[in-house]
Every structure is written in C-alpha cells, then in structure tokens.
Design a protein around this ligand. Structure first.
Ligand code: 9Z3
Length: 309
C-alpha cells in the first residue's frame, strides 16, 4: 500500500542530493557520539490540480515541532527538522509576532548609516542569537522542507532510511499533521478547475499509513514516537493504544486540539503518563514541549542501554 502510493506520486526535486546531505549530517553526528532525532512538523497540503492552484490544508502551524526541536538541541541531540515550508521554525519562532523592520533602526542620518537592533529588543535577540549560533557551531541542526503530502511522505521515507545506520540511538518524533485523504494522480485534473463548470464534488482516497513500513522496514531499530490528535477526549487513549498495537512502535503522544499546549498523555503499552502545565508555568513563558522532551530523552536513554534500565 505505502510502496504503491510512493511509486505513483512524483519524487521531490533533488531527492538524491538531499539524501547525501542527510547521510553526511548523520555521519558527523556519529563521530561526536550525538543521538539524532528526526522531528516532523507542520501540516501537509493535498493538491486538487496537477498544476496546483488550489489545495486542501490543515490547521497545524508547526509550534510543536519547532519548540521541541529547540529542547532536543538543548538536551544534546542533533535534529533533522523535516518541516512544512513557511511553518514555524526553531529560534525564529520567537520573533514570529514581530514585524522584522520594527526591530531595527538606522544608526544616524546619513546615506550609509549602519542598521542596528533597537535597544528594547537587544536582550531578546541576543539570547535567541546565542542559542542559534551555538547550534550553527555544533552543526547539530539540518533543515529539510516539504509542502505537499507526497513530498512529505517521500522525504519521510528517505530521512528514516538514512537513520537506519544509527540503530537504537535514532529517535523519530512524528509531530507533523499529515493528511488522511488525497486525490490520486490519475483522478486529478491537470489544469485549474473552472468554476464555470458548476459546484465542485470531490472524491478523496485514504492515504496509506506510513507508520507501518516505517517501523517494520525503514528504521526498525529506532525509538519511534507518533502523535495522536483527536477532538473527542473519550476516544483519545483507546485510539492511541490501537495505534501502538497496530504499528508496534514505542510511544504515542496523545493530544486534544483545544488543550494541546497545556496537556498531553504519553501512552505506552503498559503505561500512561500525564504531562500538564499550570497557568503560572504557561504565563511565565514555559512550554509543554520542554517537559515532553525531558521525558522522552530519559525513556530513549533506557531504550538504548543494554539492559533497558
Ligand atoms: C500532533 O498531534 C501535533 O501535536 C499537532 C501540533 C499537529 C496537534 P501545531 O503544529 O499542532 O503546534 O499547531 N500531530 C500529529 C497529528 C496527526 O496527524 N496524527 C495522526 C492521527 O492522529 C497520526 S500520524 O491519526
């Protein structure tokens, strides 16, 4: 199913080049004995036309993936950040509510006056920049971009198989909000759909679940964490347990759309740990991803140790 889907959709551009970049990156991390996590982030688009004017999208803005990436880096992981273009990015996300130009001013009146950061923003920017420069020096973050569902799935397969060589010290943290429905290529019009043809009826097919080949074939030794998103709290844990049973991976992070920034459940076959944030923690700028990553790093260490403790 998954293989058939990947075969019938076109591969993203420069896939081989990207593969060698990722393999080089992983090799560098191996040399310094760093664990590597693949973080997926943001929503996938589903095109309605081959020459795409319109597409179906979803709500995800990539906060979970971008924030988690920063905390994984702080914990000493290297991160392959597989993200939706124009979704939130680690480090830059802290500035996403600002107009970039409002942060700056000219230092003087003449034509070639240098640009500087306004004094009121110095502290914030220097702290972001310090963390970012550290990551640049360590070469511990690799950016890989997708937009559509098929780009995402091809890149997910490629990144996962590249991680195979790391065995248990690879983690996958699948936070991207992946479409469940798509239009197969042979049923997709080539050109822009014309409104003159009247109301539009869409028939969408189910996207095969990639977790199955991912766990069984692409990266069988890794520590795999998937996310389960629901809007109905009554089915959240049972659906998470079903996923664990079906795909046989290590852990599901269960979250509800409305409360996802305040509470999640870490579900394993024999345990369910609640992680939550108090109002004070949230209002002082703390994020739930810090707690999630702390817990995962500890579980991953146990997973990697020979006796599992
Ligand atoms: C999540 O559940 C993420 O936590 C969110 C984060 C997408 C809710 P934001 O990007 O949101 O910070 O705005 N991701 C996984 C969603 C998903 O598609 N899960 C599938 C499912 O629930 C399984 S892979 O069936």
């Amino acid at each position: 199913m998954a293989a058939a889907f990947l075969n019938q959709t076109s591969k993203p551009e420069r896939l081989d080049e990207k593969r060698s970049e990722i393999l080089d990156f992983i090799e560098q991390q191996k040399q310094v004995d760093r664990k590597v996590v693949l973080v997926t982030s943001g929503g996938t688009t589903v095109p309605l036309e081959s020459k795409t004017v319109r597409f179906i999208d979803n709500f995800s803005v990539g906060s979970r993936g971008a924030a988690s990436t920063e905390y994984f880096l702080k914990k000493g992981y290297a991160v392959v950040f597989l993200h939706r273009n124009r979704s939130l990015k680690p480090f830059l996300r802290h500035l996403s509510t600002y107009n970039f130009l409002d942060l700056l001013e000219l230092d003087g009146e003449n034509q070639d006056a240098p640009v500087k950061v306004k004094s009121e923003h110095q502290k914030r920017l220097s702290s972001i920049l310090r963390d970012y420069e550290q990551v640049q020096r360590d070469r511990s973050l690799l950016w890989v971009e997708f937009q559509s569902l098929s780009e995402y799935l091809h890149l997910l397969q490629m990144c996962s198989t590249c991680l195979q060589g790391l065995g248990k010290s690879a983690m996958l943290y699948l936070a991207a909000a992946v479409a469940d429905f798509y239009i197969p290529k042979d049923q997709m019009p080539e050109h822009k759909i014309q409104s003159a043809e009247g109301p539009l009826q869409l028939s969408l097919q189910l996207v095969p679940k990639m977790l199955e080949p991912l766990v069984k074939e692409w990266v069988p030794e890794a520590f795999v964490v998937s996310f389960k998103l629901e809007t109905n709290k009554d089915i959240l844990v049972s659906k998470s347990l079903q996923a664990l049973d079906k795909y046989q991976h290590q852990l599901v992070i269960a979250n509800l759309l409305e409360t996802r920034k305040r509470e999640v459940k870490l579900v394993t076959t024999d345990n369910c740990v609640d992680i939550s944030m108090t109002t004070e923690e949230l209002s002082s700028g703390h994020e739930i991803e810090e707690k999630i990553v702390r817990e995962l790093a500890s579980l991953h260490s146990k997973f990697c140790s020979p006796d599992g403790h």
